[in-house]
Design a protein around this ligand. Structure first.
Ligand SMILES: Nc1ncnc2c1ncn2[C@@H]1O[C@H](COP(=O)(O)OP(=O)(O)O)[C@@H](O)[C@H]1O
Ligand SMILES: CSC[C@H]1O[C@H](OP(=O)(O)O)[C@H](O)[C@@H]1O
Length: 406
């Protein structure tokens, strides 16, 4: 079946730096006479992002607009404008539980496929920060809390089953989920045209394609992603979807949001921190400083999982409404499932960010190509190991031991 892409409404037009000003002026956010400066700053794979500033009144705002196709590929890849609704609705839902960890949404326009949100230019995209070797002391606690609160409060453990199913309906997101189903769970494990890797690592990639045990395990993970509507997920929680300062964390870009297995958000975050860990060999040349930074990244993994577990357990015990939340052992077995899933999903994310369509700057910006290819092969090995051994890796200490060299 072909992708059921929604056609843009007849009123839709992609904005440019001139038309976005006319649009914003109608919202009465800026004063009538404000001299607005505009720049399109989108560097992601999918959308336009306009930064609009009124310097004289020290006010600014972001307009994010979906294109009727995926920007990274072009018009040959049509994509629903409804992703602006998924993104803005998720941010508003998350703001009910973690208002300090998301930008405020000010306005949503269905016909233009856009929404207006807080300007976070005072923050830095986490991936850029980790490539520069900057430490963020609150990041782990914030991300653990973020995932715990948003998932618990949208799960059957908390919501009445009618309310949960109503919310599931609002977040049925077939087109964006299909991208993940293909790009994360399928294409990298087959000789597919979307894959993108240097010929120098082809042997390692072919080894992965010929690994039937690996494919079998990925099939199980994909099926979980397709079917397990545990809670509302961000759906693309990588280090390019998080804005940071040393004091503040803001999660952005949840256009892939849907109801799925909770371990998916955690696994994506873990994978991107692990990719950062691996690539530090090329980014931080002094071995002492590199070890210090890698040890910070390892602490970030540990603390993210422990703060997730702690917060989720507290909510379960104090606010669980489902009768089985009171039954001893249920919480522990659910957290055990989330952990195993997270390890497996992390493995898929590490692999797809290395040889799939959408890469990470952590690895791709490594100038010494021999080193870049070696690290990419290491990432493939690591991802494969996580997927195949996820049920044996029972805790974070064991996961870290797989790659951590003290
Ligand atoms: N609220 C915001 N404030 C400031 N800059 C933003 C904001 N949202 C996005 N950006 C900028 O736009 C870039 C692309 O945004 P992103 O949401 O990742 O787009 P895409 O959906 O295309 O991946 C980000 O890397 C960041 O530089
Ligand atoms: C054709 S979309 C590829 C890839 O891009 C998305 O990331 P982002 O929106 O943050 O740039 C998502 O990870 C998709 O898998």
């Amino acid at each position: 079946m072909s992708t059921p892409s929604i056609q843009p409404p007849s009123t839709y037009e992609p904005l440019n730096e001139n038309t976005v000003v006319q649009f914003v002026k109608k919202l009465n956010y800026f004063t009538e006479d404000a001299a607005l400066q505009v720049r399109e700053i989108g560097d992601g794979n999918l959308n336009l992002v306009f930064h609009i500033v009124d310097e004289s009144h020290a006010k600014s705002i972001i307009v994010k607009q979906a294109l009727p196709y995926a920007k990274v590929v072009g018009e040959s890849w049509p994509l629903t404008l409804e992703r602006a609704r998924f993104e803005s609705s998720y941010l508003q839902k998350a703001a009910e539980y973690v208002p300090n960890l998301v930008p405020k949404v000010h306005y949503y326009d269905e016909s233009l496929g856009l929404f207006v949100m807080d300007d976070l230019s005072s923050h830095l995209i986490l991936r850029k920060g980790t490539i520069e070797g900057i430490q963020y002391p609150h990041l782990a606690r914030d991300i653990g809390t973020f995932v715990a609160k948003v998932t618990f409060y949208t799960s059957d453990f908390y919501l009445h089953p009618f309310e949960k199913k109503q919310l599931v309906k609002q977040f049925i997101n077939p087109e964006l989920c299909k991208i993940t189903e293909d790009l994360v769970f399928t294409d990298p494990f087959f000789d597919h045209e979307t894959n993108d890797f240097p010929t120098e690592i082809r042997e390692a990639v072919e080894q992965l394609w010929n690994d039937s045990e690996l494919r079998h395990e990925v099939a199980k993970l994909k099926f979980q992603f397709l079917t397990q509507a545990e809670a509302l997920l961000h759906g693309d929680l990588h280090t390019g979807s998080i804005f940071v300062t040393p004091e503040s964390t803001k999660v952005i870009d949840p256009e892939f949001s849907f109801f799925g297995p909770i371990g998916f958000d955690l696994g994506q975050f873990f994978a991107n921190i692990i990719l950062s860990y691996l690539s530090q060999e090329a980014h931080i040349l002094s071995s002492k400083e590199r070890k210090q930074y890698q040890s910070y990244l390892v602490d970030t993994l540990k603390q993210t999982w422990s703060s997730f577990k702690q917060e989720f357990s507290k909510l379960w015990e104090n606010e669980g409404n489902e009768v089985y939340t009171q039954v001893p052992g249920t919480l522990e077995s659910f957290l055990g499932k989330v952990w195993v899933d997270a390890v497996g999903f992390a493995g898929c994310e590490v692999i797809r960010r290395t040889i799939g369509l959408a890469h990470v700057a952590d690895l791709d910006t490594i100038q010494d190509l021999t080193q870049q290819y070696q690290l990419k092969e290491k990432a493939l090995e690591l991802g494969t190991y996580f997927i195949k051994n996820r049920t044996q890796i029972t805790n974070m200490e064991q996961l870290i031991q797989v790659f951590y060299q003290e």
